[in-house]
Design a protein around this ligand. Sequence first.
Ligand code: PLP
Length: 453
Amino acid sequence: EIETSRLQQLDHAHFMHPFTDHNDLGAKGTRIIERADGVYIEDTAGQKILDGMAGLWCVNVGYGRKSIADAVYEQMQTLPFYNSFFQCTHPPAVELAHELATLAPEGMNHVFFTGSGSESNDTVLRMVRHYWALKGQPEKQVMITRENAYHGSTVAAASLGGMKPMHRQGGLPIPGIEHIAQPYWFGEGGALSADELGLKAAQALEARIQAVGPDKVAAFMAEPVQGAGGVIIPPASYWPEVKRILAQYDILLVVDEVICGFGRTGEWFGCQYYDLTPDLMPIAKGMTSGYLPMGGVIVADKVAEVLAAGGEFFHGYTYSGHPVAAAAALENLRILKEEKIPEYVRDVAAPYLAQAWLTLADHPLVGEARSLGLMGALELVRHRETRERFAESLKVGERCRDYAVEAGLVMRAVGDTMIIAPPLVITTEQIDELVTKARQALDMTWEALSSER
Ligand code: PLP
């Protein structure tokens, strides 16, 4: 075994981490996570931490599922790899496609497999444009998405996303992508009621469609609840108005289910929570509960039929439908179904989290506490009444995140918005523990800020 300090040295010397400031890393030393079980992770120093983020929103069935390990082991011995190009296939991918079609909303019976959420969204962009070209409307090429959204890190996915710091690196977005405001009621200051703000944000879509030209707009893409952007829960008025607009202008709806899919909202898919009828649904993460990398796009029959009639779609990945990842996904879906995990989220865990999480709204640092399904956010503010934020240089969110780890909880900081999305199997006792630890982190942050407020 290599000692922690040696691992940290090697890490610093060689490992270019995603989304990490390496200057910071050198000073603090990386936390090295060695093992995990249930909802807890453990580092090489022996600290057990409640994983309030399910890894990266993905370990839906919790850590340490032996049956997934067994399914993977068995599949590796039978057929570790074969491709699904050129009229070939293999049993795990076929079974998985069938299973996903069964679980997906009615009328979505086709799956294109990828290796990740980013690849799923690259696939979406090409599929959507190809679809309209095949329909004889090749000028319908523009995709409208939302500011501050995260849809992945490949060139197309990062362009579809609306994160400005990502766009500034590498000359993004690519042409043909438009971003509109997200329905972020707390962030908008509260001059409008939540429903007024929801309507306004939806109507920004209509305004942009008209500005671009309805005959040029191919699709609108969004998450049911915006996850990495800060758990932005749309006001009730938002989605019905978006649906009306898309129907009026004959524009496809792409619902990014990479985070919301596989039970996180208490439904199998987030679109079901909001009664949406997607044309394309990118998926990943909870599809295998992160046990192996895999993604896909679930495609509505109306789109799949046009694509099929168009002949070969020149697109695919070596690992599209990878047999071992498919075996992991199948076992993961079996667990989600047999243990009725989406139902548990809907009927037990989400209502319990909602009441427990909202108790944090009384903390002097918290401007708003909100949750939906097993996703929650806390808005940290200098003044609760005015919603005034702290200066960015104080890095209040990051500090709160670090205090949370000290208290034994992984929370994520999106600026000064603290977010959680624990494994879906979290018990009510563990939810109490999560909320207690979150409060400790808030107290520690408040205390540390006392001289700076
Ligand atoms: N879409 C959403 C909504 C996501 O949250 C993410 C990742 O966090 C992605 C797409 C990209 O997925 P991946 O990291 O598997 O490429």
